[in-house]
Design a protein around this ligand. Structure first.
Ligand code: GLN
Length: 275
């Protein structure tokens, strides 16, 4: 029988090609196999694991070492301090996307739309932080919306969930429209590490330049904003200038490019000012 410490030490090199946090991933999988929180598993490093638990841990490691993210294996991912259910029907929430939540919390206006909501992590976090907001979460994928509904229900967030291809089936106007749409370029979609993660291409792939959906949503977003309302779009560092220009062309004012914690330009915001 091996101790948990020995098993983790052995596992780390196998996970390195697929993970920037191999020890944490191995620990999370061990705690899943043991049926205990990761803090408890850490305290149990010197303990020898029973054979059936070691077997289960090794089974989970094989999945992880083939590229499946720990979040899909565990079925959960933390975002803005809340635990969200995730399945391969939704993108795994990224820490940099918390920027959309942070900025929204500072803006005025009651009606908030989370367009392309996936797991619902952004809209639901906003609603949980500021229950006075009226939050709508929309997505084109019914499978993703089932996950968003499940998250809203488990986290007790009262949000409206709508199936819609961008704005096509969304009635009315909003004070804040935030979105983390698909924005990867055709070249970025070829990255083997990305492919092995098994995330839905529908949530990531956005044509040759990665701007396919952003180009469509900016003019429509302008027309579905209330006067003085804000549009906030997550994108990649290299796209920010183009997105800012598209917003200016659509009539937006007060355009701002906001960096994430890694110092990459990540979010572009604009305002529909009353003339
Ligand atoms: N930030 C994500 C990634 O790099 C992309 C998210 C998206 O396309 N909305 O994998």
């Amino acid at each position: 029988m091996a101790t948990l410490r020995q098993l983790l030490t052995e596992a780390v090199p196998d996970l390195k090609p697929h993970s920037t946090t191999p020890f944490l991933d191995a620990l999370l999988l061990a705690s899943l196999a043991m049926g205990v929180p990761k803090e408890r598993a850490l305290a149990d490093l010197p303990v020898e694991l029973p054979g059936d638990i070691e077997h289960e841990f090794r089974r989970l490691l094989v999945q992880r070492a083939s590229g499946t993210p720990a979040a899909y294996i565990r079925g959960v991912q933390e975002f803005y301090g809340y635990e969200f259910t995730v399945t391969p029907a939704v993108l795994i929430p990224r820490p940099e996307t918390e920027l959309l939540v942070e900025r929204t919390l500072q803006l005025p206006g009651k009606r908030v739309l989370d367009l392309c909501c996936g797991s619902g992590c952004v809209g639901i976090s906003v609603k949980l932080q500021q229950p006075w907001r009226e939050v709508t979460c929309s997505d084109i994928s019914p499978e993703a919306l089932a996950v968003a509904r499940d998250n809203a229900c488990r986290l007790k967030a009262v949000v409206t969930v709508l199936e819609s291809d961008l704005f096509n089936s969304i009635p009315g106007t909003f004070d804040i429209i935030l979105t983390n749409p698909p924005y990867l370029t055709a070249e970025e979609m070829q990255c083997s590490r990305l492919i092995s993660r098994g995330e839905p291409a529908l949530a990531l792939s956005a044509g040759e330049d990665g701007l396919e959906y952003i180009k469509r949503l900016i003019p429509k977003g302008f027309s579905q904003l209330a006067p003085d309302g804000y549009l906030m779009i997550e994108n990649s560092d290299g796209q920010c200038e183009a997105v800012a220009e598209l917003m200016a062309a659509a009539g937006f004012s007060e355009i701002e490019i906001i960096p994430d914690l890694a110092g990459l330009r990540r979010v572009v915001t604009g305002r529909r000012l009353e003339i």
